[in-house]
Design a binder for this molecule. Sequence first.
Ligand code: SF4
Ligand code: SF4
Ligand code: FES
Length: 236
Amino acid sequence: MSEMIRLSVFRYDPEKGGKPSMQAFEVPLLNSGMKLLDALNYIKWELDGSLTYRRSCGEGICGSDGLNINGVNGLACITPIVGLKQPIHVRPLPSMHVIRDLVVDMDHFFDQYRQIQPWLQTKTPVPEHERLQSPEDRARLDGSYECVLCGCCSTSCPSWWWNGDRFLGPAALLHANRWIVDSRDGATGERLDQVEDAFRLYRCHQIMNCMEACPKELNPTAAINHIKRKLLARKS
Ligand code: SF4
Ligand code: SF4
Ligand code: FES
């Protein structure tokens, strides 16, 4: 008989009313490389089809299955189940409005991402071919472009919990920095103007939860510090 894995999963269905609760499940350990997403899929497909959660790629690329796993944010599809303390507590991302079960409302998170205008802005004529970049300049985007917008960082940030309406949060600021350092972009000044604000940028108090939470091992704190240094440099 297979080894059984115990989980305690957050359940909430506003259409049915009632309070949120944790529901216990047991799933078989399917193989030694089993991920948490495999366990959630087993529950949905074999035990309780009403369990609701987001997922798509299963490979840590789409960013849709950010969850709070035993108190730590992460992507279910790349979190190995072996080694997790049991019962494994699976909850929605913290501080977010729950739509149902493990699905949270990401509208505000993506609205903040849109606010930093995450696209190339140029003031020079369109070249015949692509806009070229040296290998060194391209390397400066490492540590930013890998972000999958899962929200694990922002939803682990106390400053974002308390001031998320005005503080852009680590994910949006990581992307703001991604365009600020892009050698092809011509809107650096405007981008710095846009974030230079006591709340939008400076509500980051260097708590570094964001870095700890990122399942892609990115460092939003360093990106935020880089923006602050750029702002300081242009003042002097
Ligand atoms: S370093 Fe800044 S953005 Fe990251 S968790 Fe701390 S306050 Fe939030
Ligand atoms: S920086 Fe990391 S935790 Fe934050 S949204 Fe991007 S991939 Fe997710
Ligand atoms: S399912 Fe796409 S990142 Fe996990």
